[in-house]
Design a protein around this ligand. Structure first.
Ligand SMILES: [Zn+2]
Length: 159
């Protein structure tokens, strides 16, 4: 009589949530990133590309506001730390806070550089250089691709 009852197997051994300690909080598959990002965003953010200098949206921007990660929306930099480096890319002398970005030693292209990535989604942002003599409080230059950022102006944010 009761045919449906017999099919209920014991499924107490449900899979535990696979939270690896290595995966960043906002990890996505490569296919997801391709769908969500434009080709240029994908090339820079996910393939560590570099936009051509003086072509990006924000290299000469002085608007007050917060710069978010273009890929995941995490707040990474603010206009308070942005300075005119005249290098063709948005430049900051510090991130918004410790832990919002992470650093990777990059020896590609025959150079010895420190890559900067979003700590939340592991997307490529740019590189950080020190000791260049720009006269900023840290003497560091976070050289960040415009296409890796999204500026939310203080006016738009209602501040
Ligand atoms: Zn991100």
């Amino acid at each position: 009589m009761s045919t449906s009852e017999n099919t209920s197997d014991n499924i107490s051994a449900d899979p535990s949530p696979a939270v690896g300690p290595v995966a960043p909080p906002a990890a996505k598959t490569d296919e997801q990133w391709r769908q969500e990002l434009t080709p240029e965003e994908y090339r820079v953010l996910r393939q560590a590309g570099t936009e051509r200098p003086y072509t990006g949206e924000y290299w000469d921007t002085h608007t007050a506001g917060v710069y978010q990660c273009r890929a995941c929306g995490t707040e990474l930099f603010t206009s308070k730390e942005k300075f005119d480096s005249h290098c063709g890319w948005p430049s900051f002398w510090a991130p918004l806070a410790d832990g919002t970005v992470r650093y990777i030693h990059d020896r590609t292209l025959g150079m010895d550089r420190v890559e900067v990535r979003c700590a939340n989604c592991d997307s490529h942002l740019g590189h950080v250089f020190d000791g260049e003599g720009y006269g900023t409080p840290t003497d560091q230059r976070y050289c960040i691709n415009s296409v890796s950022l999204k500026l939310v102006s203080a006016h738009d944010a209602g501040q």
